[in-house]
Write a protein that binds this ligand. Structure first.
Ligand code: ADP
Length: 320
């Protein structure tokens, strides 16, 4: 391939720029020209592309957000939209596409591959909700942020003998809450993968207070319920002073961790190796510390795996 394009799509992560950097450098080293598509599939449909030279992506790996901007694009779900996207790629003589995004974005990459433009996915999502890869780009940065925020919330909760239900992102996946909860010594971790009974938690809170053991943090995954409703319920049942905080978009921002940046470099290098061979319809990832790639359809069909052993180990340590 002589000319490829790269886009960032879906919910952004702080590591998308590091992946763009890797894609552009690796491609140029193999003699490929790289076009950057602005605003994901929306920009592809509208023909908003700009050339990315290595010097233009210098020193962006430590910056959150994405220089290409990201978007959700409903038009890409229609035949007309998809045809326009393919037409843009043809108009610009682009032979292959790298899509940095989550599972929805990968479906778009599969569609384009089926329509004759080989596309490769790089997993960019903080949620870690793509089963094929052990870690997605942005996960480690986001859990660092979440853990730091929870620690900050804890100090004020302890000063006032309050309990806080802290809602962590992750959609239907509890990984972010598990890791951030462990790192911040959360008293309870509520995740969609493990059934919980709020009445049991209320009883446990009372027993702990009776033993002089303060309870300050309940880390809750967004997929496990509504933080405000859970806080209201526990407040009513226990009479304790309860607050709730939804961490929200701060988890998508900030400076990417070193591990995330290194992973971005490795994944983008593999993506370009595949492009060089004219291969599309695959997603890259990391499994057991090795960079791997898999068919998009196979990767998307894999059921999410949750680290129950890690969860149980922490619960046992916290006597919960
Ligand atoms: P994420 O990639 O983070 O999972 P979304 O699920 O919102 O985010 O998907 C991002 C974009 O990918 C969508 O706005 C749409 O443009 C495109 N997309 C999602 N599903 C498909 C599909 N089945 N076919 C084509 N494009 C899709």
């Amino acid at each position: 391939m002589k000319k490829i394009a790269v886009l960032t799509s879906g919910g952004d992560t702080p590591v998308m720029n590091a992946a763009i950097f890797g894609v552009v450098r690796a491609a140029h080293n193999k003699g490929m020209q790289v076009m950057g598509v602005v605003r994901g599939y929306a920009g592809l449909i509208e023909g908003e592309l700009t050339e990315l030279l290595p010097e233009q992506v210098e020193y962006i790996s430590d910056k959150g957000g994405t220089i290409l901007k990201s978007a959700r694009c409903l038009e890409m779900l229609t035949d007309e939209g998809r045809a326009k996207a393919v037409q843009t790629l043809k108009d610009f003589d682009i032979e292959g596409l790298i899509v940095i995004g989550g599972d929805g974005s990968f479906r778009g990459a599969q569609v384009l591959t089926n329509l004759g433009v080989p596309a490769i996915g790089i997993p960019g999502t903080i949620d870690n909700d793509i089963a094929f890869t052990d870690y997605t780009l942005g996960f480690f940065t986001a859990i660092n942020t979440a853990a730091q925020e929870i620690s900050k919330i804890r100090t004020t909760m302890l000063s006032h003998d309050r309990i806080c239900v802290v809602e962590v992102m992750g959609r239907h996946c509890g990984d972010m809450t598990l890791y951030a909860g462990i790192a911040s010594e959360a008293d309870f971790i509520l995740i969609p993968e493990v059934k919980f009974d709020l009445d049991d938690i209320c009883r446990e809170i009372e027993e702990r207070f009776a033993r002089g053991r303060e309870v300050s943090i309940i880390a809750m995954a967004e997929g496990a319920g509504n933080a405000e409703e859970i806080a209201d319920y526990i407040r009513e049942k226990t009479g304790r002073d309860l607050k709730h905080v939804v961490l929200g978009y701060t988890q998508r921002g900030g400076e990417p961790t070193v591990f995330d940046r290194v992973l971005a470099m490795q994944m983008s290098a593999r993506a370009i190796e595949l492009m060089e061979q004219g291969i599309g319809g695959r997603v890259v990832g990391i499994h057991e510390n090795k960079i791997v790639d898999e068919e998009i359809n196979t990767a998307l069909a894999m059921p999410l795996k949750f680290d129950y052993a890690l969860y149980e180990q922490y619960c046992a340590m916290m006597n919960y």
